[in-house]
Design a protein around this ligand. Structure first.
Ligand SMILES: Cc1cc2nc3c(=O)[nH]c(=O)nc-3n(C[C@H](O)[C@H](O)[C@H](O)COP(=O)(O)OP(=O)(O)OC[C@H]3O[C@@H](n4cnc5c(N)ncnc54)[C@H](O)[C@@H]3O)c2cc1C
Length: 427
């Protein structure tokens, strides 16, 4: 069993950035080389700014290289909840951004001829219990009527033709969502950023920073030297720690885990997901699955509320394999080749938070929907640091502190796990 990301295992790195000399001064320093940081670097460098990306580990080491690669157009908090909280017009405005974000990834792929296995074949939302079907139907209807999404409700019989499993009680399809090979995409973004003149520095953890005066200029201390930047963009998401304490208290990292099978025979892969859509079920401790470009089944989920470490990844992976085989008994004799985990960045209100505080710019808290949105927000943050704060569509949202959270997620994970597990059993 390989206990690391299948994506990282099957992508060619954009280069070795572990010894690139850190410049003394840049217009923009970006902290984190995930989709947020790399996309910010690419777009800011393309606009003519000098940019250095400072990454504690390696390119796409964080959530960006560990996720499901599902490029979907749904909100982290769910569309009907967003309508209830913000009203129809604002909820539509927010969800439209996800369509724009999927389009941006497609545009980057097409314009730069990126070889990143981008496929736009839509998504499936699957009712895990009979009692969930009515909610699924209402969501599909709300998305179609209020947001103009191309959704279609399918009953139990029809959904079986989409998933090759009788485990679901209906669902809906939506056609604008996509899938991508996330490590190939991340390294392609890194190469684009370098092409535009940005520099990338791996093994360069930012350990301290000091604001110079009352503006946006900072001096950053990294494990590879010190750098002064006119603007700093923090893109550390679920891996946010000291020295970004204010941000850290606003994002709870929650473990999400993934298993990947060996390559499946063509006819078996076709039987599981004949239209190659990406799929999510309706449990609170949800499952998501899709085919990889080489016809493996990637099956992920929260499994249990826990952080990610080798023991936790294995335990969660075993729970996921059991759930996968209950949905697809035809996979019982198939070898599971990969298991890994990563940290999803969840905010108090499950909305994206981006902006500036005390001269520091940031974008994070994609709440499990960051492949497209982090990439999109990189473009936005490049605009923001160029002096256009109005480009930030999330700027009016308050960024609340998570009560009682000081950076140790265990208490919240335990409470969350018990609560959501109970909700799933009772629903
Ligand atoms: C298992 C899993 C499955 C997911 N599936 C999906 C999915 O299918 N679709 C979807 O849309 N989203 C999904 N997500 C969420 C998505 O992956 C994230 O929202 C997105 O990748 C966040 O990107 P980012 O660049 O903001 O952060 P990250 O990719 O997490 O990058 C943050 C980087 O910051 C670095 N860093 C942290 N602190 C410092 C420091 N002090 N100095 C320097 N560097 C630092 C870290 O090393 C890390 O590389 C999933 C997440 C996980 C974990």
């Amino acid at each position: 069993m390989k206990m690391h990301s299948y994506w990282l295992d099957t992508a060619t790195p954009s280069g070795d950035h572990t010894e690139t000399p850190i410049p003394r001064e840049v217009d923009v320093a970006v902290v984190g080389a995930g989709f947020t940081g790399l996309s910010t670097a690419y777009h800011a460098a393309k606009a003519g700014l000098s940019v250095a990306v400072l990454e504690a580990n390696t390119v796409v080491w964080g959530a960006s290289g560990r996720n499901g690669g599902m490029v979907t157009n749904g909100l982290g908090m769910g569309f009907r909840d967003a309508v209830a909280r913000y009203g129809e017009a604002k909820a539509k405005e927010y969800i439209d951004l996800y369509n724009d974000a999927v389009d941006l990834i497609e545009q980057l792929v097409v314009e730069n001829d990126l070889d990143v296995d981008f496929e736009r074949r839509g998504k499936l939302i699957l009712a895990s219990k009979e009692s969930h079907f009515e909610g699924v139907r209402k969501t599909s209807e709300a998305l179609r009527r209020l947001a103009g999404h191309d959704t279609e409700v399918l009953d139990r019989e029809q959904i079986r033709a989409e998933v090759g499993s009788s485990a679901f009680f209906g669902g809906f399809t939506e056609t604008r969502s996509a899938a991508v090979h996330v490590a190939k995409f991340g390294h392609a973004l890194a190469a684009l950023a370098i092409r535009e003149g940005a520099s990338i520095h791996e093994n360069a953890e930012v350990t301290d920073l000091r604001r110079i005066g009352s503006g946006t200029t900072h001096e950053l201390v990294t494990t590879r030297g010190t750098i002064r930047a006119g603007k700093v963009v923090v893109g550390t998401s679920g891996y946010t720690g000291r020295p970004f304490g204010w941000l850290q208290r606003r994002v709870v990292p929650v473990g999400s885990f993934i298993t990947v099978t060996e390559p499946l025979p063509k006819d078996l892969a076709h039987e599981l997901l004949p239209n190659r859509r990406v799929a999510t079920d309706t449990f609170n401790l949800l499952h998501y699955f899709r085919l990889t470009p080489d016809d493996r089944l990637l099956f992920g989920g929260r499994a249990r509320f826990a952080l990610s470490d080798p023991a936790s990844d294995r335990k969660s992976g075993e729970i996921l394999v059991a759930a996968r085989d209950a949905i697809y008994p035809q996979l019982r004799d198939v070898t599971t080749e990969y298991m890994w985990g990563g940290l999803v960045d969840i905010s108090m209100d499950r909305m994206v938070h981006a902006g500036e505080r005390n001269g520091l710019f940031y974008s994070m808290a994609y709440s499990g929907h960051g492949v497209q949105m982090a990439t999109y927000m990189g473009k936005v943050m490049a605009d923001v640091v160029a002096g256009r704060p109005e480009a930030n569509p999330w700027r009016d949202l308050k960024n609340p502190w998570i009560p009682g959270y000081f950076g140790n997620p265990w208490l919240h994970l335990r409470a969350g796990g018990t609560w959501y597990g109970l909700k799933d059993r009772m629903s």
